[in-house]
Ligand binder design. Structure first.
Ligand SMILES: Cc1ncc(COP(=O)(O)O)c(C=O)c1O
Length: 454
């Protein structure tokens, strides 16, 4: 069975973000089942899901409450369009998201993946400025951070700043104003930021930002207060603040939404990934009444938002999302994240603690960044100079393979290993995850002769 599937996989499936020539020789697990926080492959081998199935799983797999909610909805209707019609779970989810989101975000526009949710935000912001009551304007530019990642569609890569993903497509992208990524360890240069925004104020429709942590950049953590400053400046210059909480939302930073840490209400909030507990594809773009009202008018006036996707607001996905949100309360997930944040910091401390002589040889190769249950462990040739390893060593990839051999599924972004345990994962499993990662790092650095400073 496994051999047959592997052959068909190698013959026919083109995997995303995957070097296919290498993949075909790596005997990747073919997942057949799951139980709690473990994935089980077609041979029966169990793997701890250390990256929440690419940052979306929240409560584990095969969660009875979510399974039941989807089955109950399946007995009613699996899919019906939102174009001119509505349905119960989709309506109830919108109300529930509004209730839980920062105050003022009262309208929900659905899509079916994160990138599509960002595209909605971009087109809405663009059209909003042209139709707003307080003096229509033609604002055609978006600000974004250096090393940003907001998805893979042509619109979202236009905001992207990760060379490995984006540089090839430069000539396809629309221009964007790139704001230098703030560094966690340096003071925020508020004046430089204000100068940039002020200079382009009459062109800027929105500032798109991942609040607090840039996940796909390798878990880059922003300095405290940065989001609040961006909020104040965008408000001052009439630029919409568009918060992409696709990765950081749903508890990953210790609050339901990362914006809450800085008491910020964006004009637009984009959610996906953890929205359905990691069960089904769904995205939601929440906006203020002020934005939505700019689209109102007589139907023939042409103010309508002419955008939508076939599976927008799918009822099965919305039923899963409602069940997931209820579990946040019932199982006190945010409290668990606060505990897991400490567990991760403590367990991974050996990689950076100068007092730990046992790990001192590998410490010079390691930089750890963390916020909540989002962790990036970057491997570098030399930490003091931040010199990277040669790309041909694929050292990050080697570490994830070593983890896999030890029964843990993770993914690297270049030479950064990303740990993203599910917010509901028990502390004991998070400790296990950390131990496997530390052993795997040691093994790979040893095997490549890097653990003695080589
Ligand atoms: C911050 C952020 N925005 C957007 C996306 C795109 O989401 P999707 O892959 O569902 O299109 C991602 C995916 O990783 C993300 O991390």
């Amino acid at each position: 069975m496994t051999d047959r599937l592997r052959q068909l996989d190698n013959d026919h499936v083109w995997h995303p973000f995957t070097a296919m020539s290498a993949y075909r020789d790596e005997d990747a697990p073919i997942i057949g089942d799951a139980e709690g926080f473990f994935l089980i492959d077609s041979t029966g081998r169990r793997y701890l899901d250390g990256h929440s199935s690419l940052w979306c799983n929240i409560h584990g797999h095969r969660v009875p409450a979510i399974d039941t909610a989807i089955r109950a909805q399946l007995d009613r209707v699996a899919h019906t369009t939102l174009l001119g019609l509505s349905n119960q779970p989709t309506i109830e989810l919108a109300a529930e998201l509004v209730r839980r989101a920062p105050a003022g975000l009262n309208k929900v526009f659905y899509a079916d993946c994160g990138a599509a949710g960002v595209e909605v935000a971009l087109k809405m912001a663009f059209q909003y400025h042209r139709q707003k009551a307080m003096g229509p304007e033609e604002r055609n530019l978006f600000a974004c951070l250096g090393r940003a990642y907001h998805g893979d569609t042509v619109g979202t890569i236009s905001l992207g700043g990760i060379d490995r993903f984006h540089s090839l497509f430069g000539s396809l992208m629309f221009p964007a104003l790139r704001i230098p990524t703030p560094s966690e360890n340096e003071p925020i240069d508020v004046e430089a930021l204000e100068r940039l925004l002020a200079e382009h104020a009459d062109q800027l429709a929105g500032f798109v930002i991942e609040p607090l942590v840039q996940a796909a950049a390798g878990i880059l953590v922003h300095p405290p207060g940065y989001l609040k400053i961006v909020r104040e400046l965008t408000r001052k210059y009439g630029i919409l603040l568009i918060a992409d909480e696709i990765a950081v939302g749903f508890g990953r930073t210790g609050k339901l939404f990362a914006c809450e840490h800085e008491d910020v209400c964006p004009d637009v909030l984009i959610l996906s990934k953890g929205l359905t507990g990691g069960y089904l594809p769904l995205a939601a773009t929440l906006v203020t009444d002020e934005i939505e009202s700019a689209f109102l008018g007589d139907p023939w006036e042409g103010r309508t938002f002419q955008h939508g996707h076939t599976y927008t607001g799918n009822p099965l996905a919305c039923a899963a999302a409602l069940a997931s949100l209820q579990l946040f309360d019932e199982n006190r997930i945010l409290e668990n994240v606060q505990e897991l944040e400490l567990v991760l910091r403590r367990e991974l401390g050996v990689l950076t603690d100068p007092g730990n002589t046992q790990a001192s040889a590998i410490q010079q190769h390691i930089v750890v960044r963390q916020r909540g249950v989002m962790v990036g462990i970057e491997l570098v040739q030399d930490r003091s100079t931040q010199t990277p390893f040669a790309a041909s060593e694929r050292i990050g990839h080697q570490v994830t393979l070593a983890c896999r051999h030890r029964g843990v599924i993770l993914r690297n972004i270049g030479d950064t290993i990303v740990l993203m345990p599910a917010p509901a994962m028990p502390a004991e499993l998070v400790r296990q995850l950390c131990h496997v990662v530390i052993e795997s790092l040691q093994e790979v650095l040893d095997s490549l002769g890097h653990s003695t400073g080589g």
